[in-house]
Design a protein around this ligand. Structure first.
Ligand code: DP6
Length: 337
C-alpha cells in the first residue's frame, strides 16, 4: 500500500487575498504576499485503498462526514483526474492532524490543503514540481498555494485574460529576501464568539456587492509589488506599513459589502490601539487581521518577546493570550515504508 505523509505550515498574508475572479479554478482577483510561520502545522497522511473503496477522511481523530468530507473528496477527485485509470479508481484514506493550540481558532485551510496536496499527489504518483503543487493546493483553498513555500511568499494572480493560461500561471513562489530581514509574528488570540460568515462566502459577497472592490483590486496589485520590493530590500518598516494598510483596506472593502461582512471585534480594535502605542514608543510593530477577530503583529525577531508581553496586557488588567511565531518552512513530504 502506498502511503505518503506531508507537513505544511500556516501562512499569514501581508498583502491580502480577498476575492476570486474564477471560483471553479480558484483564480484570485489579485496577487498576494505572505509569511509562512513555524507555528500552526498540519500533518496529513494519504494511503491508497483498494480499487472502488470509498474515501475515508479523519481530522484530529474524528471521522469527517457531510460537507467537510465532500471538500476533501472533491480535492482527491481532482488529483485522480490527472492519474492513470488503474490508480484513479482507488479510494484514499486521509488522516490529518493540526498542531494548533486548542481553542485558538487558528486551524488553517492553508496548511490543511497544502499538506493534502503534497500527500495526495505523492500517494497517487502525480509527479509535480513545487509550482505544480502550489497550483494544486490553490484548488483546495487559495491561501494554501502559499503554504507550499517557506518564509516570504508571493502568490501571483496569473494571466488575467484567459482562464486556462490563468490556471497555469497562478502559483506561489518564494520571494528573494534580504538576509538581514529577521522578522517574527505575535498572534493575539481573541474570543471568536459566535461564528461569523465563512470566508469563502464572504469573499464572494464582497466581490458581488462591495462598491469598493474595484479599488481594492487596483490597489492590491500595487501593494504586492511594493511589498515584494521591501522584502528584497530588507525594509521592515515599509513592509509593516504596507501590511497593516492592506489589512485595513481588506476589512474596509468587506465592510462595504451588502450585507456588511465584519470580522473585527471590539477587542481587535483594542489590540490595534496597543500596536499603535508600541509604535509611538519607537517599537516597530504592525497589525494584520484575517477572517476572524485575532490580530497578528509583525515585528523584528529581536522585539518579539517585548511585543508579545506588551500585547498580553489588556486595558482592563486581564491577560490576553499571545502566541509567538517565527518564519517557518515550506511543504515537506515523505513516502512511508
Ligand atoms: C483573509 O484561502 O481561506 O486569510 O480560497 O476560498 O479557500 P478560499 O479562501 P482562503 O482565504 C484567505 C483569506 C484571508 C487572506 C489571505 O490569507 O490572503
Amino acid at each position: 500500500m502506498t502511503a505518503v505523509s506531508a507537513v505544511a505550515h500556516a501562512n499569514i498574508a501581508l498583502v491580502k487575498y480577498w476575492g476570486k475572479r474564477d471560483g471553479a479554478l480558484m483564480l484570485p482577483a489579485t496577487s498576494s504576499v505572505s509569511l509562512t510561520l513555524d507555528a500552526f502545522r498540519t500533518t496529513t497522511t494519504v494511503t491508497l485503498l483498494p480499487e472502488g473503496a470509498p474515501d475515508e477522511v479523519e481530522l484530529d481523530g474524528v471521522r469527517l462526514e457531510g460537507a467537510p468530507r465532500t471538500k476533501v473528496v472533491r480535492f482527491l477527485d481532482l488529483v485522480r483526474s490527472q492519474v492513470p485509470p488503474e490508480l484513479a479508481g482507488r479510494g484514499a484514506g486521509v488522516v490529518s492532524r493540526n498542531d494548533v493550540p486548542t481553542g485558538a481558532g487558528l486551524a488553517s485551510s492553508a496548511s490543511a490543503f497544502a499538506a493534502l496536496a503534497g500527500a495526495a499527489a505523492g500517494a497517487y504518483g502525480l509527479d509535480l514540481d513545487r509550482r505544480g503543487l502550489s497550483r494544486l493546493a490553490r484548488r483546495g483553498s487559495g491561501s494554501a498555494s502559499r503554504s507550499v513555500f517557506g518564509g516570504f511568499v508571493r502568490w501571483n494572480a496569473g494571466d488575467l485574460d484567459d482562464p486556462v493560461r490563468g490556471d497555469e500561471t497562478s502559483y506561489a513562489e518564494p520571494l528573494p529576501t534580504a538576509p538581514d530581514l529577521d522578522v517574527a509574528m505575535a498572534v493575539v488570540v481573541l474570543d471568536a464568539g459566535p461564528k461569523a460568515i465563512g470566508s469563502r462566502e464572504a469573499m464572494a459577497s464582497t466581490v458581488a456587492t462591495s462598491p469598493y472592490f474595484p479599488a481594492w483590486v487596483e490597489h492590491t496589485e500595487l501593494d504586492a509589488a511594493a511589498a515584494t520590493a521591501a522584502i528584497a530590500a530588507g525594509d521592515l518598516t515599509v513592509l509593516g506599513e504596507i501590511a497593516e494598510a492592506s489589512a485595513m483596506r481588506m476589512h474596509a472593502t468587506m465592510l462595504a459589502a451588502y450585507p456588511a461582512v465584519r470580522y473585527l471585534a471590539p477587542a481587535s480594535l483594542e489590540v490595534l490601539d496597543a500596536v499603535a502605542a508600541l509604535r509611538a514608543d519607537g517599537v516597530g510593530a504592525w497589525a494584520t487581521m484575517d477572517a476572524g477577530p485575532n490580530v497578528k503583529v509583525l515585528c523584528a525577531a529581536r522585539d518579539l518577546e517585548l511585543v508579545g508581553e506588551a500585547l498580553a496586557l489588556a486595558p482592563d488588567g486581564a491577560r490576553r493570550r499571545v502566541l509567538l511565531a517565527r518564519p517557518g518552512p515550506g511543504l515537506r513530504t515523505e513516502t512511508l515504508p
